[in-house]
Ligand binder design. Sequence first.
Ligand code: SAH
Length: 477
Amino acid sequence: MEKEIRFQCPVASRCGGCQLGRMSYREQLDAKQAWVNELLRPYCRVEPMIGMEDPFHYRNKTHAVLAGDRRGNVFSGVYRRGTHEVVPVEHCLIENELADRIIGTVCRLMRSFKIRPYREDARQGLLRHVLVRTAHVTGQVMVVLVSAKPLLPCKNDFVKALLAAHPEITTIVLNVNDRATSMVLGKRDIVLYGPGTIEDELCGRTFRISPQSFYQVNAIQTEKLYRKAIEYAGLTGKETLLDAYCGTGTIGLCAADRCAKLIGVELNPAAVCDAVHNAQRNGIEHARFFCDDAGRFMLRMAAEKRPLDVLLMDPPRAGSDENFLRAVCTLRPARVVYISCNPATLARDLKTLTAHGYRALRATPVDMFPCTEHVETVVLLSKGEVDSKKIRVEFSLEDMDMSEFQDGATYPQIKEYVLEHTGLKVSNLYISQIKRKCGIEVGKNYNLPKSEDSRQPQCPQEKEKAIREAFKYFGMI
Ligand code: SAH
């Protein structure tokens, strides 16, 4: 790789988006590698980071904040780090160049159509942000105009003028965000032109991307990352594969022809809709996608003792959670491929997994975000030989709150009702005891005595009465 690639960005010091922009690309890769090596040192050796040949203009999603000056000019930029002050940016070294040009045109058209940018402090004006998504392989382009109100003056003429300037645009969406929030997008999308979604290809598969779904921002590196993850998964065609935190299903669907059954779980409903569509679009019939919290979903899989051979997990920056990791250790898939965009939370979660019998065998960082401090890493873990007694004690489902999966009110709802009506605090154990007395299904493993002679505290009469009242209130008895 070229040793001396340098990034000379005129707004670097004010923008703050490229924390490593002052380093040469080689230095950036070395710094990131050292960081990952350090964090993963207790677990496994780290292979050399996969960098980019050309680390410029890789971002396929460009977000610009709209703002205005006193003379009525509209400009676009980014928030200065940690503030809501807009730093004007016309050309960015890491964003897609066509996207930058489109955003420039939107600003000019806003001035000629007298559409004001939204001012957060005064809560006045209309357009807040522009989001442009470009598809790497198909070349399709989506423009999302984020508006404080569900309207755009002279809508048809505005759309016509934007398309005339950039015929590459394949869809335009008006997103309505009327809340005082730091979230860019609101919930409502109004399609102004085209299908409202774009399609792109990764590893030979076609994927639909909607305005609200997560899609990896660097397509070139995503393919390298996915190939590495699929290599680590060691699939033979017979496995049940779970793609957890699956977004639009991309990684699982890229691996689908190497497994017998694919399950995906994702919290964002729009992404799940895209995932279901993407499975159909690629003729994949053995995939099922679920909209749920990944931790809760895994607990249910563990409670139902569903077979799982290989787990691919790709959580957000915060990493995974305790429910999820505990359920992994209960289900014990032979291999876990952990894809992480934050080495710090990755190291934290590896500590839990390796403490319970998993061994980290290989790790490869992939530079998905040149110039920034962010690093993506993929780690292969394998189920080691473990002391099964220890697993049973520490990960038995007895301690897990499975209440979300039962009929009637949840345990927290019952507790809240009891506290509000009687001032008494009741435990999960007491609730499950009274459920059992009332003949309500408790879930096979929930708070069963550990052995016949084990002594559990028994629910006092006063609390039993209060819990029964709550059951009646929620129509459970
Ligand atoms: N694997 C996908 C997406 C990874 S990003 C890809 O490569 O494109 C992480 C995803 O986790 C996002 O789609 C986000 O919506 C989802 N997510 C965040 N918290 C979650 C949770 N608690 N349960 C399930 N999915 C979650």
